[in-house]
Design a binder for this molecule. Structure first.
Ligand SMILES: CC(=O)SCCNC(=O)CCNC(=O)[C@H](O)C(C)(C)COP(=O)(O)OP(=O)(O)OC[C@H]1O[C@@H](n2cnc3c(N)ncnc32)[C@H](O)[C@@H]1OP(=O)(O)O
Ligand SMILES: O=C([O-])CC(=O)C(=O)O
Length: 374
């Protein structure tokens, strides 16, 4: 059926649609700025730990020393994977993507949580904190089992970022890498109504439980148009090889109408607010590990893309090579994003629940006219 003249206006991809209120984060597209609860994300990355950022997203204010100590004690007490979840992960085939492992782990955690259906604010906060605390164990175990390595138990003396690296690599981490990793976690934590967060809010709007919302959000984040792009950037870099091949590679890809991963954004049209900070992190890592070749490839491809299409990098562009230098396997990059974004997702779950309205848009029908069944 053709679209008729009086058909309703359709906003494909909900582009430009304001779907609800939020007090969690604010994007200023014109000035490329991003605020978490009013604080510029760059300042949080420079002056606050990721644990403080998590607290801020959930509670609306930065923690006092006592509040932070309390949260840290809870986080450290819930880092260890319950044996039933560990066994469920170990049974999954190595052929499945690590995002499938994350999604399954959160689902299994929910199924075993006796309070899964308790949606009181206190119960939601407890579930959010525990998920955040345990996800590094899920991601670290998955990278290690794929490398044929044994599980490493959490290190109670280490902060969130250092412990994550400890459990993944089995040795005390280099402080330069800890700082780089922590900044990336802060930058990835929250970004208003992106596709995965909106998924979490849609699921919450039906009054389903928090674990269901996070499981769905992980599914939405997996795709390469969203979180999966950080892995895809590294795959492109590996395909290109060296900076001198970047322009020809780009021209071939554009001629084939391919999307160049790590470039473009639905909201930012003049650059992603988080890229300068993450690029700084990448530059530090490049110097630390003496890998100027990687930065060369990064800048050459970026310059060529800007020149050919005028499309700028998003956060996944510097994050991909930065995670590579930190030592993570490429297929684990998007699960790292999950470990961070679970803070933002769960803050949105709580916000949605506190002022809920079922999310159920309309659509414009373009199928056959009414007809008789023969
Ligand atoms: C953390 C994050 O999730 S950030 C996003 C991560 N995703 C990526 O990096 C994937 C690559 N980027 C993209 O696919 C897109 O830029 C998106 C999906 C992020 C945003 O897309 P939209 O806002 O829907 O823009 P849309 O896809 O309509 O693009 C507008 C135009 O720019 C082009 N374009 C946008 N991004 C790219 C890109 N990365 N490579 C090539 N062309 C692009 C489109 O082809 C389109 O061209 P056309 O008008 O000639 O058809
Ligand atoms: O906001 C978006 O659409 C995607 C994004 O950058 C994010 O989720 O961090």
């Amino acid at each position: 059926m053709p679209v008729t003249e009086n058909a309703p206006e359709v906003h494909k991809g909900l582009a430009g649609v304001v779907a609800d209120y939020t007090s969690i984060s604010q994007i200023h597209e014109e000035t490329n700025s991003l605020l978490y609860r009013g604080y510029p994300v760059q300042d949080l990355a420079a002056r606050a730990g990721f644990e403080e950022v998590a607290y801020l997203l959930w509670h609306g204010e930065l923690p006092t020393a006592a509040e932070l100590a309390d949260q840290t004690a809870t986080e450290r007490a819930h880092r260890t994977l319950p044996s039933n979840v560990r066994d469920a992960i170990l049974e999954l085939p190595l052929t499945c993507h690590p995002m499938d492992v994350c999604r399954t782990a959160v689902s299994v955690l929910g199924a075993h949580d006796p309070h899964a259906e308790d949606s009181s604010p206190q119960a939601e906060l407890t579930k959010a904190l525990r998920l955040w605390a345990v996800l590094p164990s899920v991601v670290a175990l998955d990278q290690r089992r794929r490398r044929g390595q044994e599980l490493v138990e959490p290190h109670d003396e280490l902060g969130y970022a250092a412990n994550f690296l400890w459990m993944t690599f089995g040795k005390l981490p280099d402080p330069a890498v800890v700082k780089a990793f922590e900044v990336s976690m802060t930058l990835y934590a929250e970004h208003s109504f992106n596709a995965s967060t909106f998924t979490a809010r849609v699921i919450t709007s039906t009054l389903a439980d928090l674990h269901s919302a996070v499981t769905g959000a992980i599914g939405a984040l997996k795709g390469p148009l969203h979180g999966g792009a950080n892995e895809a950037v590294m795959e492109s870099f590996e395909e290109i090889g060296t900076a001198d091949r970047a322009e020809a590679w780009l021209d071939d890809a554009l001629a084939l109408k391919k999307k160049i991963m790590g470039f473009g954004h639905r909201v930012y049209k003049h650059g992603d607010s988080r890229v300068p900070t993450m690029r700084g992190v990448l530059e530090n890592l490049v110097e630390h590990f003496n890998r100027p070749d990687l930065l060369d490839l990064y800048t050459t491809l970026e310059a060529a893309m800007t020149e050919r299409k005028g499309i700028l990098p998003n956060l996944d562009y510097p994050a991909g090579p930065a995670y590579h230098l930190m030592g993570f396997d490429t297929n684990i990059f998007t699960p790292l994003f999950v470990a961070s974004r679970v803070t933002g997702w769960t803050a949105h779950v709580m916000e949605q629940r506190a002022a809920n309205s079922l999310i159920r848009p309309l659509c414009a029908y373009v199928g056959p006219e009414r007809r008789e069944v023969p």
